[in-house]
Design a protein around this ligand. Structure first.
Ligand SMILES: [Ca+2]
Ligand SMILES: [Ca+2]
Length: 197
């Protein structure tokens, strides 16, 4: 019986590791500070709704590209992303716009603003490009923000609407499997108890 329950628990955890999510990024949106323009960030991904929990390892890549100037001949396919405990975003004249930002991945120093050369960097975000990057979801993370890399956003376009992040769960921590198993065992114990009453 224990072996059967263990298989059930691991199967439950394995289901979370299947499939991928595409997080569409607007080319003019950012969670970083800006100067002389006031873009809002992309709507953050709700991790809980997707079954993404702290401790899981995500494999993230960018898909597609966007143009970065009015000539529409220069493309970019890189982004930065940051986990957050909340959806709160301060106005774009703040260097630290996400009060709930949580550190994860390898740090990326973001560019200064094109006008006025203002510092945009925050310590919690990480780089995402067309090559795979694996990131462990940090404790407390409920949302993921992301933005295409740039220093001036107002002239960006994504004519074919294909730029965004591909996000896949590649590792579920053992504790999640054990948690699922504990839940199954708990229900089983409860049903036995009721049966013998
Ligand atoms: Ca631009
Ligand atoms: Ca940074």
């Amino acid at each position: 019986m224990f072996v059967l329950l263990a298989v059930i628990g691991l199967t439950f955890a394995g289901k979370l590791a299947q499939g991928a999510v595409f997080y569409k990024l607007g080319p003019t949106a950012t969670y970083l500070r800006t100067s002389r323009e006031g873009p809002s960030p992309n709507t953050p991904l709700n991790l809980t709704q997707l079954g993404i929990l702290p401790g899981m390892t995500l494999r993230i890549t960018t898909i597609g590209e966007f143009t970065i100037d009015c000539y529409e001949v220069n493309y970019r396919n890189t982004a930065t992303a940051v986990f957050s405990s909340s959806t709160t975003v301060l106005s774009s004249d703040n260097q630290y716009r996400l009060p709930g930002a949580i550190n994860a991945g390898d740090d990326i120093v973001t560019w200064v603003t094109m006008y006025d050369g203002l510092t945009t960097d925050i310590p919690e975000d990480f780089y995402v490009g067309p090559e795979c990057v694996d990131v462990v979801v940090p404790e407390g993370a409920l949302y993921l923000f992301a933005a295409g890399r740039d220093d001036w956003y107002s002239d960006n376009l994504d004519r074919d609407n294909d730029f965004g992040l591909n996000i896949e769960i590649v590792t579920v921590p053992e504790s999640s499997s054990l948690f699922a198993l504990a839940g199954v065992l708990g229900c089983f114990a409860l049903s036995l108890r009721r049966r013998w009453r």
